[in-house]
Design a binder for this molecule. Structure first.
Ligand code: NDP
Length: 475
């Protein structure tokens, strides 16, 4: 048999993507390291044109040449082992795609190593979770362009279908695809933390119940904040606890975990001198939350306002006004976070000569992926209108949005500070905004200090050149 494409790895993502591929009329071969998932898939896929293979020999033999294989296995050691198992059975021209969340630099190393054997190694980010994989994800493929062209007839069919076209596009050479997926996830961290802070302010300061929170978030999802994450959040507030009384959300341990893409985003931003304070704060917030036992010990020692009395800071500011202010703060903060993510994409593209197409990236994020949101069509339009736009916030219509949301945004950050409610990401966004708009920053003092202790020199406002002063001798 000559199957169109192979899927190696039948975890959550692999088996759902395989069914999606089959639905679109392509024949496929599937393989998994342990054979139970293969058997389960075969049983589930009866009547479909599927070769369910328990050995790599059988799997690679069933594929049309040049072979196209999508690997959906655990990043790192899982991909390493799968490549090692497949490689002896692959030939020149075969396309091997890592469709998991791998670090872009690792993908580039593997691309180099496998090119020696003529194997076209390819990195592709896939977003949308289980449902996205099953019904249409957003995909961010990167590597050799000709390899993309060979995959495109399948990828464009299985992707989420948006009015602007299928949510897949060639991102660029090397690790560009995995890089764009990494930034997608960094932005996702920012969105999730900003939403969590909005929840905390409304619940702790505003005293909103879960039902009232569900109502507020549902209303937001009808407007400019319309997005998958706001929509699922509204739903989460309504879910009853299957194990006990009340709502499930209230029974969940407040310590978040993560798998790495957020941290990678922060590391790469630092290496490129890119400022992403909102996204970095979102990663920090997860790290700080994760040690619940440690937090409980510290909570006994550090003084501050009692969250139980947080409502007092409202002092006459009514609940309706608070909900609107939090909505404005969330929207403005989110916009700043996207500006940071897009800026990082631009810097990385310049540094690594990827030639990333920012409007096209915003386009394929409009559906299928976790960060899909109404705002992305505005972002797409902003970069399409001015590809040289140095910062998303400089787009006139988005800048106007931010201007209109100042009052609520500042009010929320001020109320939270007064009540002792942390807003790491919301305040980081506001400070990012204020830093960008400030004509004069206190960086003059930093330069003076650097010159004082390290003779690092400084520039002057009124004259050209580099200056150094013997500060301790001068007064
Ligand atoms: P997992 O990340 O849990 O990977 C499961 C697959 O990896 C199985 O086929 C498993 O084989 C194989 N595997 C695990 N460890 C090894 C190993 N040491 N050596 C060889 N194979 C191994 O499954 P997911 O479907 O969740 O994710 C697949 C990829 O997609 C990951 O990179 C993930 O980060 C990414 N992703 C996941 C999303 C999600 O919502 N889950 C969303 C977007 C991307 P076996 O069954 O034999 O153990």
């Amino acid at each position: 048999t000559e199957m169109d494409i192979g899927v190696a790895g039948l975890g959550v993502m692999g088996r759902n993507l395989a069914l999606n591929i089959s639905d679109k009329g392509f024949s496929l071969a599937v393989y998994n390291r342990h054979s139970d998932p293969v058997k389960a898939f075969a049983a589930h896929a009866q009547g479909r044109e599927v070769a369910a293979c328990t050995t790599v020999e059988e799997f690679t033999r069933s594929l049309k040449r040049p072979r196209k294989i999508l690997m959906l296995v655990k990043a790192g050691i899982g991909v390493e082992n799968t490549i090692a198992a497949l490689k002896p059975h692959l030939q020149e021209g075969d396309i091997l795609v890592d469709a998991g969340n791998e670090h872009f630099a690792v993908t580039e190393r593997r691309e180099r190593e496998l090119s020696a054997a003529g194997i076209r190694y390819f990195g592709m980010g896939v977003s949308g979770g289980e449902l996205g994989a099953r019904n249409g994800p957003s995909m961010m493929p990167g590597g050799e362009r000709a390899a993309y062209e060979a995959l495109a007839p399948i990828l464009t069919k299985i992707a989420a279908q948006h009015a602007d076209g299928p949510c897949v596009a060639y991102m660029g050479p090397g690790g560009a695809g995995h890089y764009v997926k990494m930034i997608h996830n960094g932005i996702e961290y920012g969105d999730m933390q900003l939403i969590a802070e909005a929840y905390d302010v409304l619940k702790t300061i505003g005293g909103l119940s879960n039902d009232e929170l569900a109502e507020a978030f549902s209303a937001w999802n009808e407007g400019e904040l319309e997005s998958y994450l706001v929509q699922i959040t509204a739903h989460i507030f309504t879910v009853r606890d299957p194990e006990g009384q009340g709502q499930l959300l209230d029974a969940i341990l407040d310590a978040s975990s993560m798998k790495g893409t957020g941290t990678w985003t922060v590391e790469d931003a630092a290496s490129l001198n890119a400022a992403i304070p909102t996204i970095a704060s979102a990663v920090d917030a997860r790290v700080l939350s994760s040690d619940k036992a440690g937090r409980l010990r510290i909570a006994k020692i550090l003084a501050g306002p009692d969250p139980k009395d947080a409502g007092r800071v409202l002092a006459g500011f009514d609940r309706k006004a608070l909900i609107d202010a939090v909505r404005d703060a969330l929207y403005a903060s989110k916009l700043c976070s996207y500006a940071q993510g897009m800026n990082l994409l631009r810097l990385a593209s310049r540094e690594r000569k990827w030639n990333l197409d920012l409007p096209e990236i915003a386009r394929i994020w409009q559906d299928g992926c976790i960060i899909r949101a109404r705002l992305l069509s505005r972002i797409k339009a902003a970069f399409a209108g001015d590809p040289e736009l140095p910062n998303l916030l400089l787009d006139p219509s988005l800048a106007k949005d931010l201007a209109g949301r100042q009052t609520g945004w500042r009010k929320v950050v001020a109320l939270a500070a007064e009540a002792g409610i942390p807003t790491l990401a919301t305040s980081a966004s506001l400070s990012y905004y204020d830093t960008l708009r400030r004509e004069r920053l206190p960086a003059n003092l930093v330069q003076a200090q650097r010159d004082f202790f390290g003779a690092h020199t400084y520039k002057r406002l009124d004259r050209e050149g580099d200056f150094h002063t013997d500060w301790s001798a001068t007064s």
